[in-house]
Design a protein around this ligand. Structure first.
Ligand code: FES
Length: 476
């Protein structure tokens, strides 16, 4: 900030209320360095073109240039815990069988038979198999991708078995996720994420969590438009007014890390700066919405004279999560327990790793319709300390007309919040298509994640098309 002249440069303006860092600094159990820090970068103020949301040719370009080069979360390691377990990950026209072989190695085989191309496993399925057998004529591969059998081999004397291994995408494992990339020349996942974001991801120890609820719904809006609805807290006042009495919104913090990761931090246990005159500390306790209320028991604490609502809530969360998970959380900071930490891992993974509402969002474009998104919400819990096995939830697929609150196991209040977000998307996609304006106008600070994200989209769109080819791909 230019203090001497009182003039602010672009990107320097902030809401005058106490900042996220000032709120966190008052906490009893102090935040680690990666939480108690800021990494905002001003990236310009120009409008972002709208063709990326409304033009089917742009979507085609993304499949040719971006999806084939980027690291994507294919599944959780817990989706395939044993040898023979597989999970089919589909992205646009591409499909992969994520399979664990007898040695425990994980492979991402292109889901297409090398005889006449039939999909070996149906899209969006998971299961167990001793081998990968094509349903058409029975060509069969081992789980590691090596060719096992060609029926009537006498008629394929021209086929060399060693050239008939299933091609595979690259695989890396991090944070309990299986990440894949179709480009043999792409940087490693660690390079791709960069050192700061990598340190954040490791600090959250997501490998110690499991998915207990997984819900999917399809939206009539572009996949980037859908994701970007979750990248800022600017919309909270008009879209989710019910959470304002107990959540920071316009004073949330926004950070960018390299080209592929960004985040925001939105505080819980404080009233929105827009409602400071209307709500007391006691009102905050009265109005906050519990996240994973099934494990918290749905109770709320009493606020005594002079106590800070945020601190009382932090103490309560710590006690309740310690009881629910039989874990010592005395070293876990108040902000990790309470606040909404939202990370984007480009292109389509969203993590909410905080302890009060730990979730994963994944967004995928429909291969045939640029204005339709497959949106998944996965809720996480800590794995049992005694090492006992837990089941990873299978996906519940909702119909277009269904509310998220209808999903079995969904907190109704949270289901309503998701519905509020999605109602906006219908209007936004149609509005952009009807608009006489060629772009969208973004806030310099509160919408920096959207600008950062779209800048990276543009970087890939400026590259030449890359189509995965069997000759260049990893072989068994
Ligand atoms: Fe797969 Fe013929 S197409 S065995």
């Amino acid at each position: 900030m230019n203090v001497e002249t009182g003039m602010l440069k672009p990107g320097e303006a902030r809401h005058p209320a106490e900042s996220t860092q000032e709120i966190i600094a008052q906490d009893k159990v102090k935040a680690p360095g990666w939480a108690a820090s800021e990494n905002y970068e001003y990236l310009g103020s120009e409008d972002v073109t709208k063709d990326r949301y409304v033009d089917p040719e742009f979507a085609k370009g993304e499949f040719e240039r971006m999806w084939t080069r980027t690291w994507q979360m294919a599944c959780r390691e817990n989706h395939i815990p044993e040898a023979g377990d597989y999970y089919v990950y589909d992205i646009g026209p591409y499909s992969f069988i994520i399979a664990r072989d007898d040695e425990g190695e994980i492979h991402a085989h292109f889901n297409a038979c090398l005889h006449r191309g039939t999909k070996l496993k149906p899209s969006a399925t998971e299961g167990y198999a001793m081998d990968l057998k094509c349903p058409f004529h029975g060509w069969t591969w081992n789980l590691d991708g090596s060719l096992k059998e060609i029926p009537e081999k006498w008629d394929f004397a021209h086929v060399q078995s060693r050239k008939m291994c299933l091609p595979a995408a690259r695989v890396e494992r991090l944070g309990g996720f299986v990440w894949i990339n179709m480009d043999p020349d792409a940087p490693s996942l660690e390079e791709y994420l960069g050192p700061e974001a990598l340190a954040h991801l490791k600090a959250w120890k997501l490998e110690d969590r499991y998915i207990y609820l997984h819900v999917q719904k399809s939206y009539p809006a572009n996949w980037k438009l859908t994701m970007e609805a979750f990248m800022e807290a600017y919309h909270v006042g008009d879209t989710h007014p019910q959470v304002q009495p107990a959540n920071g919104d316009v004073n949330s913090q926004y950070d960018v890390y390299g080209e592929h990761v960004n985040r925001f931090i939105s505080t819980l246990g404080v009233v929105s700066p827009k409602l400071r005159d209307k709500y007391s500390e006691a009102d905050i306790i009265e109005n906050f919405t519990l996240g994973d209320s099934s494990s918290l028991g749905g109770t709320k604490p009493e606020l005594k004279e002079g106590e800070r609502a945020r601190q009382v809530m932090a103490d309560m969360f710590r006690n309740m999560f310690e009881t629910a998970t039989n874990t010592d959380l005395s070293h876990v900071s108040d902000t990790e327990l309470l606040d909404t930490y939202s990370y984007t891992f480009f292109p389509n993974l969203f993590l909410f790793p905080g302890i009060s509402l730990p979730m994963i969002y994944r967004f995928r474009p429909d291969a045939k319709d640029h204005r339709r998104t497959i949106y998944e919400v996965m809720f996480m819990r800590s794995k049992p300390k005694d090492g006992s096995q837990v089941e990873t939830a299978s996906v519940q697929v909702l119909e277009d007309h269904q509310s998220f609150a209808e999903a079995e196991g969904m907190d109704p209040g949270f289901g309503k919040i998701l519905d509020q977000d999605t109602d906006n998307l219908y209007a936004q996609q149609e509005g952009l298509e009807a608009s006489a304006k060629s772009g969208i106008t973004l806030a310099d600070y509160q919408e920096i994640r959207i600008r950062h994200f779209e800048r990276t989209v543009d970087k890939y769109m400026a590259m030449a098309p890359y189509a995965p080819s069997i000759d260049k791909l990893q072989r068994c």
